[in-house]
Design a protein around this ligand. Structure first.
Ligand SMILES: [Zn+2]
Length: 313
């Protein structure tokens, strides 16, 4: 299932939105979230996978129904479910298709920062396992009506878009359309390996990175591939400042994971959007030497995704 009603957020959300909320500093308790089928007539309690993982090795999150439970016969998700179960059984969870694949490729990525989820009256907790479903029904009805009016496959989750690109298995997947700002392109054409970044502005750039280096409370990320420019090979680098991290909704989570990455020195890839590398001359104070670097200045950590490189890729 691609959507579920989340009781704590009082919203119909994608698994990415749920994970984003879970790791945000807003959700302090880190208690697990409660999900229901978003069809107000059904409200089957559903579960999730890969939403609570505290690691940058994140697999695509998704919602699923619990064993031995069933949607209402007339629920919109009734048939979808039968199909998903088969796929899950066939492919297991490690494969990059089937169950973990997002069925819907977002058609638009918004680079606007997400709005805060207003604090809700807490009506769910561990002891409320048998929370009266009739109390929830009016809330879901209201939310579902609003949702139906505004429904689109626009997302704010850059990670969702990156996962779709990585998991694209068919030409049909790769030629799904994606819009960012005023650009609309096929998924496969929106993603540009970093060494060819100068081909076009306004795309999503990506590549393998060197181990992340901490400089006090700041971090630097350098791409392995250098860019040929004016007869020289020049590094592409990004500096993640303490100030930038402090503005982030998921700062605690971010600091923990980037420290892990810096310490473990694992091979990783980095994707970014909303920024374009610019040539910059750096003076080193120690050796009094100058060198050029393509500097990436990202405005918001929502526009950055770091992933461990999976074996065999
Ligand atoms: Zn249902």
């Amino acid at each position: 299932m691609e959507k579920a009603y989340c009781l704590e957020m009082d919203k119909i959300v994608s698994p990415y939105e749920a994970r984003d909320y879970y790791f945000s500093d807003e959700h302090e308790t880190k208690e697990k979230l409660t999900f229901y089928c978003p069809d107000p007539e059904c409200l089957l309690k559903i579960t999730s996978a890969n939403i609570y993982k505290q690691s940058m090795i994140q697999r695509a999150p998704h919602f699923k129904i619990r064993p031995k439970t069933e949607h209402e016969q007339n629920c919109t998700f009734y048939e979808v479910r039968a199909d998903q179960i088969t796929k899950e059984e066939e492919s297991g969870t490690r494969q990059r298709k089937g169950a973990i694949k997002s069925n819907v490729f977002p058609t638009e990525l918004s680079l606007e920062p997400p709005t805060k989820t207003p604090p809700k009256t807490k009506i769910a907790s561990k002891e409320d396992e048998d929370l009266d479903i009739e109390k929830i029904r009016p809330r879901v009805k209201r939310v579902a009506t609003e949702y139906a009016k505004t429904y689109s496959t626009k997302t704010r989750s850059f990670e969702n878009v990156v996962d779709c690109f990585e998991q694209a298995v068919s030409e049909e997947d790769r030629t799904s359309l994606l819009t960012i700002n005023d650009k609309t392109k096929y998924y496969k054409n929106f993603f540009k390996p970093i060494k060819y970044f100068s081909d076009e502005e306004g795309l999503i750039y990506y590549g393998e990175i060197e181990p992340i280096k901490p400089y006090g409370k700041n971090y630097s990320i350098t791409f392995k591939d250098k860019v040929f420019h004016d007869g020289n090979y020049i590094k592409v680098a990004m500096y993640i400042t303490h100030e930038l991290i402090q503005q982030y909704r998921k700062k605690k989570f971010f600091i923990e994971t980037i420290e892990q990455l810096a310490e473990l020195e694992l091979p990783a890839s980095c994707y970014f959007v909303g920024a374009y590398p610019k040539l910059k001359t750096v003076n080193t104070s120690k050796t009094k030497q100058q060198f050029d670097v393509f500097n990436v200045d990202i405005a918001n950590l929502d526009h950055l995704v770091i992933k461990f490189t999976e074996k065999g890729r």
